[in-house]
Design a binder for this molecule. Structure first.
Ligand code: SF4
Length: 402
């Protein structure tokens, strides 16, 4: 039976959701880092068993209603998924396997903190079916880790990667941050050099942003922390681009590098705007022209979850969904542009026309012309991409499409 679900309710166009990705949110952290504004909490560990049961009901609701979709990727994100026990990971994966067809080669990622990754814990995750670790290293300078309020040290981070590799993981991502308070260019270079020596197959690096409501925001406003100047941050990025290239990593997205064929398949789903369901409080989902997001409170999520709904009522009458939005064609076209242009390969307008019936070249003709004239993008046949030397100012380019 086809899972092409169109127009069950006037405005919903779910599109082909016979193949999906799943994001599973684990909103628990032992301590909260000073810069973090993710939907995650410390001191609620007691909720974990009930929380995992609720996640499983949520998963069952969606997958059984969609009728056993094919699952290509699963991503445990957080928060700190590495706080889960082996039994809890298995409980979630067993539920997904019971109500969905998990592809034999599905990418199954678990975000983790280095201080959780003992060799035994890595083995347990590996034996549970996790096949990719995304490790939140952030920096390999102990003084910067202290400023960030991270719980691990340089040696714990390096050991965590080694433990993962020894346990059998062949797909590990080391996740870094740059543009940190007090960070010198040499700190950043040393972090990248040391990380690359551990040979992770994937490296991501994000510039620190000061988010309102975080302790860092207060400290930044009071002047007790200072960030490097913009041109220093740009130099850090440029140095990393060159260093990683020389060390065999290919840049496939603005903030992501990998050894050949080790792109994050799950994240490519976001950038290529393929369907995904987010499970857990605060998680977002995108199915065709429908975007919806869950309530943020883990305890309310646990209290409100209820079984047995239809696909439409799962969105419109579901107490765990905070709100939903039906996107216009123009909004979808914008998303296709600013998500797809993040990728080094750019976007193939021909493919998107086949999938969405949207002619991006025509919809954005003036914007494309202007950016081409300014040498910010390259256009060749149906492919549009950001010029390699302009990637660092990609946000300016995206603004044209919003
Ligand atoms: S461990 Fe990650 S999710 Fe948890 S507080 Fe720190 S940055 Fe946020």
């Amino acid at each position: 039976m086809s899972n092409l679900l169109v127009n069950q309710q006037a405005d919903f166009q779910f599109g082909d959701i016979s193949q999906l990705s799943l994001y599973i949110h684990i909103p628990f952290c032992k301590t909260k880092c000073g810069y973090c504004d993710f939907n995650t909490y410390q001191g609620i560990e007691d909720l974990m068993p009930d929380y995992i049961n609720s996640l499983c009901i949520d998963i069952k609701n969606w997958l059984s209603t969609i009728k056993y979709p094919y699952i290509n990727t699963i991503f445990f994100g957080g928060g700190t998924p590495s706080l889960m026990s082996q039994t809890q990971v298995q409980q979630v994966l067993n539920t997904i396997n019971s109500y969905g067809n998990v592809a034999p080669n599905a990418e199954i990622t678990l975000e983790s903190n280095p201080d959780d990754l003992t060799f035994e814990k890595c083995q347990e995750f590996y034996d549970s079916g996790i096949n990719r670790l995304s490790i939140g290293i952030q920096s390999l300078q102990n003084n910067l880790l202290t400023i960030l309020n991270r719980r691990h040290s340089n040696s714990q981070a390096v050991q965590a990667i080694k433990n993962g590799q020894a346990a059998g993981f062949t797909n590990i991502s080391g996740d870094l941050m740059y543009g940190l308070p007090n960070q010198k260019t040499s700190d950043w270079e040393n972090t990248l050099k040391e990380l690359s020596q551990t040979e992770p197959m994937h490296i991501s690096m994000y510039s620190l942003t000061i988010e309102e409501g975080t302790p860092f925001h207060k400290m930044f406003r009071s002047g007790s922390i200072k960030l490097p100047q913009d041109d220093e941050i740009a130099d850090m990025y440029a140095w990393a681009q060159q260093f990683l290239h020389l060390n065999g990593y290919q840049q496939y997205e603005i903030s992501n590098w990998c050894q050949p064929e080790h792109e994050s398949i799950h994240n490519l789903v976001y950038w290529k705007r393929k369907p995904y369901i987010g499970i857990g409080p605060g998680a977002h989902s995108n199915l065709g022209n429908v975007r919806y997001w869950n309530i943020k409170s883990p305890s309310k999520y646990i209290q409100s979850i209820s079984p047995n709904q239809t696909l439409n009522s799962l969105i419109t009458e579901n107490p765990i969904i905070e709100d939903y939005e039906i996107l216009t064609d123009k909004q979808i076209a914008s998303e296709l542009m600013f998500l797809g242009l993040r990728l080094s390969e750019g976007i193939d307008c021909k493919l998107y026309y086949q999938d969405y019936g949207l002619d991006l070249m025509q919809i954005f003709a003036p914007e494309i012309e202007k950016l081409k004239d300014d040498n910010l993008i390259e256009v060749s046949n149906s492919i549009i991409k950001i010029s390699a030397s302009k990637i660092f100012i990609a946000n300016r380019i995206f603004e044209e499409f919003i």
